[in-house]
Design a protein around this ligand. Sequence first.
Ligand SMILES: Nc1ncnc2c1ncn2[C@@H]1O[C@H](COP(=O)(O)OP(=O)(O)OP(=O)(O)O)[C@@H](O)[C@H]1O
Length: 262
Amino acid sequence: MSDPQVAVSASALVKEYGTGESATRALDGIDVQIFQRQFTAIMGPSGSGKSTLLHCLAALDGPTSGEVRFGTDDLARLSDNKLTRLRRERVGFIFQGFNLVPTLTARENILLPLAMAGRKPDTHWFDQIIDAVGLADRLHHRPAQLSGGQQQRVACARALVARPEVIFADEPTGNLDSVAGGQVLGLLRQAVDDFGQTVVMVTHDAAAAGHTDRVVFLSDGRIVGEMGHPTAAGVLERMKDLEAGFGQTVLVAAQGSERAGI
Ligand SMILES: Nc1ncnc2c1ncn2[C@@H]1O[C@H](COP(=O)(O)OP(=O)(O)OP(=O)(O)O)[C@@H](O)[C@H]1O
């Protein structure tokens, strides 16, 4: 099988908020590659920089220094207009709080990215998505008439409709019970396996990370390890170490394994 292609990557990525004494270095030299057609999780203790990394990779926020490449495009070299187009056409985003427009129906919310880009929906693709999210009988409801799980499935459909190169999800199951959360994770898994999408998800939940292909661990704004074919139990174990402040130990161990060719 050919090597996986890189969908988006960061090198020497630094993000600081504020200046002087009050400056916070949220990302402290991140090198990471996100591969096409994979479901990648970003995990780490609270404040470790997960959301900041996701926002920088998704071109929602600019770095203080370092480089982000989206496909072959260096984000720093894109004009504001091109960046806006990239966000609109090549990125899908799913937020913890759903972020649907309350006055629009589910169908109108799902089609909004296409409407904003002045594009017509591909009816076959739209039907496939609606089938996958299981909302055919809810399309004319407004968000307030839908459960949290249904609202998040509308948000997933909205992220999928323009067939973006990468879908970024920030704690997509954070406001959902385990059944509704499981449905959303199943949907994201299906987006990768059946629709060939690339999904990157920030999560606190080891069980959620168990649905992914790869977990990247952050601590204090740095990458301190990663895990392929993660299991919930394996992720939980690693997270316990990170939350106990053993991030650097994990990093050294990971580098040791790399050197040993493991
Ligand atoms: N807009 C901002 N202004 C100032 N500091 C910020 C801002 N956004 C994030 N930070 C700081 O940057 C660091 C990383 O924040 P970030 O939200 O990326 O972490 P996180 O791992 O996603 O956290 P959580 O799991 O709690 O959501 C934290 O110390 C945070 O306080």
